[in-house]
Design a protein around this ligand. Structure first.
Ligand code: ADP
Ligand code: MG
Length: 283
């Protein structure tokens, strides 16, 4: 499509560079895949996120943990520029997202793979066709309209389904799969899209515990294998502790803490929930 090739190259080059640095200079801001710097977003009388700063590096799973209304979804909306921020800056691979041309914005969005609570697959399409939808940014509009994907793209899609353990479901309708399987198809789609960043907003909120563990285990594995930066919101503390490399605790739109998962403590729990359990309301 008529997208500026130079930007594709820039993103690819910067992300490669960042990937190789991630081990040695974890806190180097220049190596961040996504960086928020003092971001504030206000809806009417509500400050949805308030002076939020953090970075996500390639190969790292960062969990946004917090109760309902703490600002998690707003952070995702700001990063994808579905919401414009009041103040502060957001960078994706070192480029501010607030001064992009339309073409550059599309290119930036393509580098972000999105996974939602509601599986957002097309139910009547097979798994493989849902996964191939991840290639749409890469093929011509005409080919896309005709669903004419190359053999290489099909092989890529099958490999991605294999990676999430669903090769045998490739030709089954998406709406005949369980919730956990649908979410794994969504991961396969993001892998096929070749995004460098995965943004997953409550990806396991609609799943039973066993499926939730499987989906998060796969997310964590692909992040580490492929040096993808994963930002994932959750509201279950046990899942955050089990699968995050880092946990960012959100409360009332503010970052309460940003710590390695293994350092999560009773005090951290209390700062988010005001007590030592998180078993309440929540959606
Ligand atoms: P979470 O995802 O952690 O549940 P949200 O980011 O959805 O939290 O919401 C944070 C706060 O911003 C809440 O108080 C919510 O009511 C408010 N909010 C979010 N989106 C909107 C909107 N489009 N209009 C008005 N208020 C909103
Ligand atoms: Mg939310």
């Amino acid at each position: 499509m008529g997208m500026p090739v130079s930007l594709t190259k820039t993103f690819a080059k910067v992300s490669e560079h960042a990937g190789s640095l991630a081990e040695t200079t974890e806190k180097d801001p220049a190596s961040a895949a996504v960086q928020l710097d003092r971001v504030t977003k206000i809806y009417g009388a509500t400050t949805a996120i308030d002076d939020v700063s953090f970075a996500v590096h390639p190969g790292e799973v960062v969990v946004l943990l917090g109760r309902s209304g703490s600002g998690k979804t707003t952070i995702f909306r700001c990063i994808t520029r579905l919401a414009m921020v009041e103040s502060g800056d957001i960078q994706v691979f070192g480029r501010s997202i607030h001064h992009l041309s339309r073409g550059e914005l599309l290119e930036m969005r393509r580098s972000l793979g999105l996974i939602f609570q509601q599986f957002n697959l097309i139910g009547r399409l097979s798994s493989i066709n849902n996964v191939l939808a991840g290639r749409l940014g890469h093929v011509s509009t005409l080919a896309a309209a005709l669903r004419r994907f190359s053999t290489a793209d099909r092989q890529r899609a099958l490999a991605a389904l294999d990676r999430v353990g669903l090769l045998e479901k490739a030709y089954q309708r998406a709406d005949s799969l369980s919730g956990g399987q649908q979410q794994r198809v969504a991961i396969a789609r993001v892998l096929t899209q070749e995004s460098r960043v995965i943004l997953a907003d409550e990806p396991v909120a609609s799943l039973d515990p066993k499926a939730a563990h499987t989906v998060l285990r796969i997310l964590r594995e692909v992040a580490h294998e492929r040096k993808l930066a994963v930002l994932c919101s959750l509201h279950q503390v046990d899942l955050a502790r089990a699968y995050a490399d880092r946990i960012i605790g959100m409360s009332h739109g503010r970052v309460q803490f940003d710590i390695p998962a293994k350092r999560f403590s009773d005090e951290a729990m209390i700062s988010l929930y005001g007590r030592l359990t998180d078993d309440e309301e929540e959606t």
